[in-house]
Design a protein. Structure first.
Length: 369
């Protein structure tokens, strides 16, 4: 007992001096620097990690819900919009679905817009989309019935829900229009009015067989439209003129070389296009069996979309699940590998710039910030 009392007494005598040497923590709110042209955000289960792809430095973190598909950035209003799902007891209890409005400068939530309890919380780039009018934000729903929630971010209110049975993904076109991929082998165009209600709906011709060669739910935007492609590597370029859906003739991502025909696209978000140059970067692998569309890529193929030809192949040391190219004049190609590594390439020279150390939880995909 005497020993215990003596030790406690010594600790009490020592503690004031020790505490006096500790610098008090300064509490405050930091302001995000103005984002550069090569800033990116990685969507993870713990939020969105924001990096400068050129320096590799982390710039900020948006503390998103663990149940979210991603977000869109509004540079005009300097806000970020994210569909999020919450349960009153963490992982169970009463469910609430909202589109959260985050302040662009300090990444803090400033408003919530309640929406129907239907948000599809799979982390896909094309489960959210901002239309060209910069007013209507779209969220893909699945219960498993498919629909799209329309949110008016200007008035911060739920504008309505559009039923889209058998159709998924959100591909914005024009001011208030968007395309979707449908399970019957067609594409669907939905056009909205100024209030965000459906004004017109059109279907394309059938371009794929869902049981024989399904199309990937990873469409990629180009300078003038969208690229869609099948599991075998058959690609189509899609544009919209008024209410007409215009689809190019199909072409093979693998080109004409016989040795390349066995290669297939695959991974997570495995394709991206630099709009100004028309270069597409796609993760490819050489499967030994069918149904390998989720397998990581062992190479990055650089494809000229306009000329429809393979330009270069980059062999990867570690297979990768996700790629994203920034849209600057000096673009960077960000590659997320299966071991959690994050690598940045010069997208024009096709050389490795650097690897971002300790990038946090593995990102489902990257997007511009």
């Amino acid at each position: 007992m005497r020993v215990i009392v003596l030790v406690v007494s010594c600790l009490l005598l020592w503690a004031p001096g020790a505490w006096s040497q500790i610098e008090p923590e300064q509490v405050g709110t930091a302001t995000l620097p103005e984002p550069g042209a090569n800033w990116i955000a990685g969507i993870t289960r713990n939020g969105a990690y924001i990096y400068d792809a050129v320096t590799g430095d982390m710039q900020g973190l948006i503390s998103l819900s663990g149940y979210t598909s991603g977000f869109e950035v509004d540079r005009v209003r300097r806000q970020v919009y994210a569909p999020e799902l919450y349960y009153s007891r963490g992982v169970h209890g009463e469910r609430t679905d909202v589109v959260t409005v985050y302040d662009f400068d300090n990444l803090s939530p400033v408003a919530e817009i309640e929406v129907p309890q239907k948000i599809a919380v799979l982390r896909f780039r094309r489960h959210v989309g901002m239309l060209g009018d910069n007013r209507h934000f779209l969220v893909f729903n699945m219960t498993p019935a498919q629909s799209v929630t329309v949110v008016d971010v200007e008035d911060r209110e739920f504008a309505g829900e559009i039923s889209t049975p058998g159709c998924a993904m959100i591909m914005p076109v024009a001011e208030r229009d968007f395309l979707m991929i449908c399970s019957d082998g067609t594409l669907q165009l939905i056009q909205l009015d100024e209030q965000g209600a459906e004004a017109n709906r059109e279907r394309s011709k059938k371009i794929f067989e869902v049981l024989e060669d399904p199309i990937f739910d990873r469409p990629v935007p180009t300078a003038s439209g969208w690229l869609v492609y099948t599991h075998s590597g058959k690609a189509f370029h899609v544009t919209v003129d008024g209410d007409d859906i215009e689809i190019s003739d199909s072409w093979a991502l693998q080109g004409d070389e016989e040795d390349d025909q066995a290669w297939r696209p695959g991974g997570g978000e495995f394709a991206t296009v630099h709009k100004a140059t028309g270069l597409m970067y796609m993760l490819m692998h050489k499967p030994e069996e069918d149904y390998t569309h989720h397998d990581p890529g062992t190479e990055i193929w650089v494809i000229d979309v306009k000329d429809q030809r393979l330009l270069e192949r980059i062999e990867l040391e570690t297979p990768a699940y996700s790629v994203y190219v920034t849209q600057s004049d000096a673009p960077r190609l960000v590659v997320s590998d299966e071991e959690g590594g994050l690598h940045v390439y010069d997208a024009i020279k096709l050389t490795l710039d650097h690897t971002i150390e300790d990038p946090g939880p593995g990102a489902a995909y990257f997007r511009a910030f």
